[in-house]
Ligand binder design. Structure first.
Ligand code: GLA
Length: 387
């Protein structure tokens, strides 16, 4: 993104130059809804990011501005203090406020500042625009005010912002990859221990294409409900197996033992999660061997599980998945929290153009919505920009 527009706008608004920071959105190749169950994920930071321009303003207030023409923004500017009672009304400003509050709770002193937020991570597309915003603000504040938070703490601060100020009981995947992303590598993250490994990803002869259904995806109630299902199953299993604290610790036999103690819905959701954690490990082995066709088949299995067992797909996503199968795409599935957003497709180079052309045409005909296609590149995590 060309940042000259936002630096110029910042100067026009606040009469001084500010420093520019950025943090990316993400893809996730496989391992969905596993993070809050202590399992593994395989995300990568992408070349779509949130940017901010920031400068201390010598007061105790935050003045925030978001110039994007975005229907989800109620108003474009917001001014607020940093006491708990000062919570701003606008949802976008609550992310900034939440990050500040979580930092204050961890002992930081944050003076007033001016901030302008922009970016090109599409909202509601399952690419984690909100985690990118949290990581960008967290990173910018840490650098601007010489705070002592490291990248892991910043990821945890972003996650806590979601939990306490946005109301989404998310896992750690999105914030972690936005802070730790590395060009050319996915991250195999163990969400229980938070140990991670960079996983070089350069599928020769294949492309990664995202197709956005453009169906709104706002995580909230439905997402938290999935998490509660998992927690109820863990509680049932832990009665006999107290060492089980998360679904990551459970196996299919343990799940079967509680079949009569949990609801059918909870059971099948937990079954998906246990399978998905194993599927990720199997997929990593296939990727190491360079067997992208077999890894792609795992992605289809994930889609089926997310659609039929975890029920976080929708007709639009299922349609795109079917088309991918029809055109011989190696792997395709709903990406991120679900309920709309994008499919991620691992496509052989020579198939890609036809698949995209035919699928977008058919999708538009079926739903009267023009889907958006993104070819993503895997990039670095949060950083300061020298402009
Ligand atoms: C959202 C959440 C993540 C993760 C995914 C599903 O993106 O923010 O923590 O749970 O959904 O894998």
């Amino acid at each position: 993104m060309d940042t000259s527009k936002i630096t110029t706008k910042f100067k026009e608004l606040y009469g001084a130059e500010g420093a520019v920071y950025t943090a990316p959105g993400r893809i996730n190749l496989i391992g969905e809804h596993t993070d809050y169950n202590g399992g593994f994920v395989l995300p990568g930071a992408i070349d779509k990011a949130i940017y901010c321009v920031i400068k201390p303003n010598g007061t105790a207030k935050v003045r925030a501005y978001a110039p994007d023409e975005n229907p989800q923004l109620v108003s474009l500017s917001s001014e607020f203090g940093l006491e708990e009672a000062d919570r701003p009304k606008d949802r976008w400003a609550q992310y900034i406020f939440g990050v500040c509050r979580e930092m204050v709770k961890r002992g930081a002193t944050i003076p007033g500042f001016d901030i302008l937020i922009s970016g090109d991570v599409p909202l509601g597309a399952g690419m984690s625009s909100s985690a990118a915003l949290e990581s960008c603000v967290g990173f910018a504040l840490t650098d601007t005010f010489a705070l002592s938070f490291d990248r892991l703490q910043l990821a945890l601060i972003g996650q806590a912002t979601e939990h306490n100020y946005v109301g989404v009981k998310c896992g750690i995947m999105d914030q972690f990859v936005s802070c730790f992303g590395k060009e050319g590598s996915l991250i195999r993250l163990d969400c229980r221990s938070l140990e991670y490994e960079y996983f070089p990803f350069d599928p020769k002869g294949y492309r990664l294409a995202l197709i956005n259904t453009c169906v709104a995806h706002l995580l909230g109630g439905e997402y938290n409900e999935r998490r509660e299902s998992c927690e109820r199953v863990v509680a049932a299993i832990a009665k006999k197996h107290p060492e089980v604290a998360l679904l990551r610790d459970a196996n299919p036999c343990m799940l079967k033992e509680v079949a009569n103690q949990v609801s059918a819905v909870d059971y099948i959701r937990a079954e998906f999660v246990i399978e998905e954690i194993q599927r990720l490990l199997d997929t990593c082995e296939l990727l190491k061997k360079g067997d992208y066709e077999a890894a792609g088949r795992k992605m289809y299995e994930t889609h089926t599980g997310l659609s039929l067992k975890y029920t976080v797909s929708c007709p639009e996503l299922d349609f795109l998945n079917e088309k991918a199968k029809e055109y011989g795409v190696a792997g395709s599935r709903v990406m991120g929290g679900g309920f709309g957003g994008c499919t991620i497709n691992l496509v052989k180079d020579e198939l890609c153009d036809t698949f995209i052309a035919k699928t977008t045409e058919a999708y538009e005909k079926a739903f009267n919505i023009k889907p958006i296609v993104y070819n993503v590149a895997i990039k670095d995590g949060a950083k300061k920009l020298n402009v």
